[in-house]
Design a protein around this ligand. Structure first.
Ligand SMILES: Cc1cc2nc3c(=O)[nH]c(=O)nc-3n(C[C@H](O)[C@H](O)[C@H](O)COP(=O)(O)OP(=O)(O)OC[C@H]3O[C@@H](n4cnc5c(N)ncnc54)[C@H](O)[C@@H]3O)c2cc1C
Length: 476
């Protein structure tokens, strides 16, 4: 890093994962960064807070990653958070009446065969599927062996029908995996991104598909970035909302909560709706009108988290996929975050992705529904006492990865010189995920270094395929 660069300054607006990634990459390369975040904590949509109704610190929702999330993992390593991720190779699929107490669950985990066959033996043994379902799934997955289909107008529900999938294969495999990974209904999902999820989770290598779960609350995890930045002479301003941006003699001036912050470059690391809200306070030009028109076409999809505290343990599983019910995943937070949870009783979080049916419902009917369904998987729920509950509806959780949305996603370049865009919605090749956000931040940081005359690349290398998958070209 040339000495002359140490004086270059960058304002990063937005302290979600995209902003954290951009800020840390730049600060790590000697740039002076000022990270502005409107809320009192870092992490953005991946954060935790003290829930007012229960007094408990909860994640706004359970967040998981996979081994293929190389830039996110690089960010964790960079800020000293990687030790706080616990990795799992084993996925437990439960149908009502099957649990570790009541019947045989379907365990999907890597076995002795090389990729892409590493989960085949486990699938063959899984009681949730008939032989016909298994053959259909194998046939469907084999379509993604050699690469990803392009992002066309076709949606994934249509693709599944076209590829002769059985109803049970759809209900118990394609849908649960995809709805939770992409937070959308099958008929609103791009075939390209659906294929990406299955190729990377089930085909590329065992390491690519393993699941990482934070063992500490999310704001604590991402809060580690503040220390990293301050140790490198950068600033973090919380409760600071950017209100406008104006070009200055050298760079830009950001007005934020009464401060005027001058810098050589700016990264707008915001959600798509926050960029749309800030656009009128930026210089207008034909390219900014195109950006505004693109932003207007993004749509949200909701996620609901149902947090339940019981007086006793109701399952010894750390997590499970729950099939055939409204509730889709169980995360046993008492086991996942043991040092942050009380030893007596147990705390579970149930997650419902693409939860449009729950959005209009009141809290109590949602809790009643969740309890009744949970008891079908874990009989101990019926005799346990529910001590408290919280329902968190994130109505604007993620944008929908609709077919052909990629045409609207901008690169890091913005309509203004030396201003760059980051955020999970920008063109990263990834859907609305923490990895998409981390990549967007690294891409914006690279664009900053190029614009300021000392180009650097920050994206982490892709995970190589293993076994027979080495024969097929890998795609980002
Ligand atoms: C309920 C839920 C569950 C999810 N589950 C998963 C999961 O399991 N795995 C996964 O990979 N992804 C998951 N995601 C998606 C993931 O959280 C997001 O893709 C990612 O966090 C987006 O990061 P970002 O930095 O792009 O945007 P954001 O997190 O939205 O960050 C933008 C930041 O900008 C701040 N801001 C806005 N306006 C201003 C302003 N004017 N001035 C200063 N600051 C401003 C906001 O407060 C925010 O902190 C989930 C999301 C939700 C909501």
């Amino acid at each position: 890093m040339p000495d002359s660069q140490s004086a270059k300054t960058v304002t990063v607006i937005g302290g979600g994962i995209a902003g954290i990634a951009a800020a840390c990459a730049l600060a790590g390369s000697g740039y002076r960064v000022h990270l502005l975040e409107r809320r009192p904590y870092l992490g953005g949509r991946a954060s935790s807070y003290e829930h007012p109704g229960t007094g408990e610190v909860i994640d706004n929702c359970q967040h998981v990653l996979i081994g293929r999330c190389t830039s996110l993992i690089d960010l964790y390593r960079r800020v000293g958070a990687l030790d706080s991720i616990r990795w799992y190779d084993r996925f437990t699929f439960l149908t009502p009446g099957s649990s570790e107490h009541a019947g045989p669950p379907s365990i999907i985990q890597p076995g002795a065969l090389p990729a892409p066959f590493h989960s085949t033996l486990a699938f063959l043994r899984a009681p949730a599927f008939s032989l016909r379902d298994k053959l259909a799934i194998a046939r469907g997955l084999s379509s993604f062996l050699t690469g990803l289909p392009p992002d066309t107008a076709e949606n994934f529900a249509h693709w599944l029908r076209r590829h002769g999938q059985t109803q049970r294969a759809i209900d118990r495999f394609w849908k649960p995996v995809l709805v939770s990974a992409l937070n959308e209904d099958l008929d609103r999902i791009s075939v390209h991104y659906a294929a990406k999820v299955f190729r990377e989770s089930f085909l590329l290598s065992p390491e690519s598909g393993r699941m990482g779960i934070p063992a500490i609350p999310l704001s604590e995890l991402y809060g580690k970035a503040a220390g990293y930045l301050r140790e490198r002479g950068s600033h973090v301003s919380l409760r600071t909302s950017a209100e406008s941006l104006a070009p200055a003699e050298k760079g830009w001036v950001t007005c934020a909560s009464g401060q005027s912050i001058a810098s050589d470059a700016v990264v707008l690391a915001l959600s798509f709706e926050a960029v749309a809200a800030l656009l009128p306070a930026l210089p207008q030009n034909p390219a900014s009108e195109v950006l505004a028109a693109s932003l207007a076409q993004f749509e949200h999809s909701p996620i609901t988290g149902i947090h339940l505290w019981f007086d006793r343990e109701v399952t010894r599983l750390d997590h499970a996929v729950l099939l055939d019910t409204t509730i889709q995943w169980m995360f046993n937070k008492s086991r996942l975050q043991p040092s942050h949870r009380r030893s007596e009783g147990s705390y579970l979080e149930l997650v419902v992705s693409a939860s449009r049916s729950l959005v209009p419902m009141q809290r109590q009917p949602i809790v009643d529904l969740a309890l009744a369904e949970l008891a079908q998987f874990f009989p101990a729920v019926a005799s346990a006492t529910l001590l408290k509950a919280a329902v968190v509806k994130e109505v604007r959780a993620t944008y929908s990865v609709r077919p052909e949305l990629d045409q609207l996603r901008p690169s890091a370049a913005s309509p203004w010189p030396n201003v760059f865009l980051a955020g999970d919605w920008t063109a990263t090749g990834w859907p609305a995920t923490m990895e998409g956000a981390a990549r967007s931040g690294y891409l914006a940081a690279s664009a900053v270094t190029e614009a300021l005359g000392a180009p650097q690349s920050f994206l982490a290398p892709e995970l190589p395929p293993s076994g027979l998958m080495r024969l097929f070209p890998s795609q980002p």
